[in-house]
Design a protein around this ligand. Structure first.
Ligand code: BES
Ligand code: ZN
Ligand code: ZN
Length: 505
């Protein structure tokens, strides 16, 4: 039995989860004129012209663009077949919008949209020499990479997709290459988060996620600490332990520390509930329980962000803490009304076993404070249906009493298009008061009760809570995301840690 279990673990850890980076982007300041497909990017109301074009080529292209009323509007694409005088059989002209408004987010969207029109089995020449901003050019390539990810572990016909080279002609190739390197680090973090989010609950239990993350993060110089269930229990983390006690897969806790500076660390705490049945407060409708493997997406987000920052060798001190649980039922599961004692000694009445996220985060936040003495904590979690009701999925909800955390998080949200909207922490007198124990794990309004509960454990450490319920998963492909787990939070938190670390120095 033991041998089989060990073998199964080994197989899981060596298995490829997804195909990524099948496009090899090469940046040069010279043209590659041999490709069958050529792309040229143009800003709004600016001339689409290359010095190398003959007047016959120019006339044909201009006529074709006029016929399609091409203005260079953001996302506009016109294809010219068999362009006169060019080796390419297809010329695709892509509008990026007003030059002054062309930024990272707009660039990523253009890349993702363009990808659908490009061959995946043939090299492509992309001419971005009309665009001045090397960072935005690199972000176009990044948008393609983000869109091109596939989680194909459970597809019978999954085989490694062939790598294809896209040749970029840019004004400043070393600048573009450098920015692209930073974006590649972000993409790797997003892919880790998507893999973690996508893994079904039967295969992606706490120990499996801890092993998968360790394997991805250690090679980057990230210090990984894994607490096994016995260590979680002995450390006194009864809230985290309790959520997983009804499952054969007991609780783990993972800490991943990137020490890129000597500053006091920033801590990111992510909800890693690897499946949410609700516990004895069972999720009884089929639609509410389906996809609850995505309840570990907050954990994926913080691990992905640390991976991105380490990949960039960012000069920041950041630690991700992920409490990992499996919220299942059995004769040993928590019962509604049971009392658990958290790591900080707080006695919690578990009035609802489906409000498990805040239980595991309570101990995650306590562990982060106790072991790392962070200058600030951001926690992120698929925490409440109430948040989805209030804001839908275009925003996540943020809660904080600290203006600097609020301002930097909003700024990071806008820079990455992972938008955040503040909800209040009070006044809600008695919102989590318990007659039985110190506090209880539910209250009304729902999203605020979750936030106020977590605030109890952050104590005097500057803290911000991000409720990302509903944001982790797309049923269909959309924008820079293929269908499935989207890695929400990695781009937001990577940006935020840098912004906050700079201003807090
Ligand atoms: N994981 C859920 C929240 C959730 C709901 C995430 C929908 C994504 C989509 C969380 O653990 C939960 O079950 N919350 C309960 C809390 C309630 C029992 C106080 C909820 O929101 O219904
Ligand atoms: Zn729940
Ligand atoms: Zn949950």
């Amino acid at each position: 039995m033991k041998v089989i279990a060990a073998l199964a673990t080994l197989m899981l850890s060596v298995q490829a989860f997804a195909s990524q980076f099948v496009i090899n982007h090469k940046f040069d300041d010279d043209a590659n004129n041999d490709s069958k497909v050529m792309v040229i990017f143009a800003a709004e109301d600016e001339a689409v012209t290359l010095e190398s074009w003959s007047s016959a080529t120019q006339t044909m292209v201009t006529t074709a663009l006029n016929a399609k009323e091409f203005t260079g509007k953001h996302g506009q694409m016109v294809e010219v077949l068999a362009p006169t005088g060019l080796t390419a059989q297809r010329l695709i002209v892509v509008g990026v919008g007003a030059a002054g408004a062309f930024n990272r987010v707009k660039a990523e969207q253009v890349g993702a949209k363009l990808l659908g029109s490009l061959p995946s089995d043939n090299e492509v020449a992309l001419n971005a020499s009309l665009l001045a901003d090397a960072n935005a050019v690199a972000a176009i390539a990044h948008g393609m990479d983000l869109k091109n990810y596939r989680f194909d572990r459970y597809k019978s016909d999954a085989k490694d997709r062939d790598t294809v080279t896209y040749y970029w002609q840019v004004a400043d190739d070393s600048a573009a290459q450098q920015h692209y390197g930073d974006y590649q680090a972000i993409a790797k973090g997003v892919f880790l988060a998507r893999d973690i989010t996508n893994l079904p609950g039967g295969d992606g239990y706490p120990q499996a996620i801890a092993e998968m993350a360790s394997k991805a993060l250690k090679p980057l110089g990230i210090k990984v600490t894994v607490l096994n269930p016995e260590q979680v229990r002995k450390a006194g983390m009864g809230a985290l332990y309790g959520v997983s006690q009804g499952s054969q897969h007991k609780a783990y806790l993972l800490a991943a520390h990137w020490q890129g500076s000597k500053d006091q660390p920033v801590a990111l705490v992510g909800k890693g509930n690897t499946f949410d049945t609700g516990g004895y407060n069972l999720k009884t409708s089929s639609s509410s329980i389906l996809r609850m493997q995505t309840d570990k997406a907050g954990g994926g987000a913080v691990l992905g962000a640390v991976m991105a920052l380490a990949g960039q060798k960012a000069p920041v001190n950041v630690v991700a803490v992920v409490p990992l649980s499996h919220n299942l039922i059995s004769g040993s599961a928590l019962l509604p009304g049971d009392v658990v004692t958290a790591g900080d000694g707080t006695k919690i009445e578990v009035a609802n076993t489906d409000a498990e996220g805040r239980l595991i985060l309570a101990d995650g936040i306590w562990y982060a404070r106790d072991k790392f003495k962070p200058r600030a904590i951001a926690d992120i979690a698929t925490l409440t249906g109430s948040k989805v009701g209030a804001l839908g999925t275009a925003y996540s909800a943020i809660f904080t009493e600290h203006d600097d955390l609020l301002a930097t998080m909003k700024q990071a949200g806008e820079a990455t298009d992972e938008l955040v909207w503040q909800l209040p922490l009070g006044p809600y007198p008695g919102i989590i008061s318990s007659t039985l124990a110190d506090i209880k794990n539910v209250g009304s309004p729902g999203a605020q009760a979750g936030a106020v509960f977590l605030q109890h454990f952050a104590k005097d450490t500057p803290w911000i809570h991000i409720d990302m319920a509903g944001n982790a998963y797309n049923a269909g492909a959309s924008g820079i995301h293929p269908a499935g787990g989207n890695g929400y939070g990695v781009r937001l938190l990577t940006e935020w840690v840098k912004l906050y670390s700079n201003q807090a120095n």
